[in-house]
Design a protein around this ligand. Sequence first.
Ligand code: PLP
Length: 386
Amino acid sequence: MIYLDHAATTPVRREVAEAMAMCMTETGHFANPGSDHAPGRQAAHIVEQARERFAALIGAKAEDIVFTSGATESNNMALLGGAAFYSNKGKRIALAKTEHKSVLDPCRQLASRGWSLDWLETDEQGLITTQALTAAITDETCLASCMLVNNETGVVHNIPALARVCGEAQVLLHVDAAQALGKLPIEARRWDVAMMSFSAHKLGGPKGVGALYLRRKPPVKVQPLVFGGGQERGLRSGTLPVHQIVGLVRAAELAEAEREQMFRHLGRLRRRLLDQLVAGLPQVEVNGAQTAQSPHILNLSFHGVDGEALRADLIDLAVSSGSACTSDHAESSYVLRALGRSDSLADASLRFSFGPTTTAEQVDQAAQRVIASVRRLRALSPLWRE
Ligand code: PLP
């Protein structure tokens, strides 16, 4: 099996697993950080150190960080929690149809409670321009949401420029950065975004943990979604999972330390796969941007093949068709359709995504497998014309 689905999730790095294991078993590490005894205080100290280290990685301060169960929760907290707090200005949110479901669905929830969603136009590469954002914002817009890296196409948004538009219009900008940490430099405070969501399992950390950057200066407020013991300044109740938090931060530190070198490695792998597929097959479309593109994702559509048949034929290749997070729905990718791809072309698309453990040999084998499958399916198709 060749695993080229690192945008869906990544293996936990050994160093991360070891750091986590220690937190689960050692006295003073496994204790409840809320307990008022020496081991509890030690566990709380570990969490606070982790918070500072995580904040430093994203250009923030410890006071800006709320630990969550992942980017889904962070997105929900930012949008539902932010909407509850800022509805006085108006009940309008600006966002694109290419956002992750964990942004779209909370916004649809808000729409069912009387909020209006203003859809941001994307260009044919799936990018949101400052003009599109300016056009969508009204006097009643209180929130806008734009992802840093799209999980299906890998396109990278110019968040500092979009944040300036939001700043001038006094709109709070939320950024889903789940696919970006460890791939691109992140400067939360300098970019002047209000909220930013992160996930550990996209960068060699465990599933089930993430963070929300919630700016403290000037303060951004959200209403909590979970009530109870009052942890995380009352914003997110629940006993802090010290091992998960340590896993998130260790993985993020390792990814950040290797970021520039990894960017080049992933870029070479992406180019290698793309060159081979384009050389071996006519009529392949690249979904994404030529310029603003994260190197860990390559999304391609293949003319003249049936998507389901292609996926069935590639059973020894772990790649994604559309987003893995939506794969229990048998619908073609809404992101690719938003970019103007037809239903059938969106359906006949594959997302290859690479990570630190991906090798050139794996990429070569994957290219051969895909070329052979597409050729075979096209030969069987009465509709295929070269
Ligand atoms: N946002 C984006 C862009 C993602 O790619 C994902 C994961 O697929 C999520 C949010 C959800 O992250 P998590 O699995 O941590 O809830």
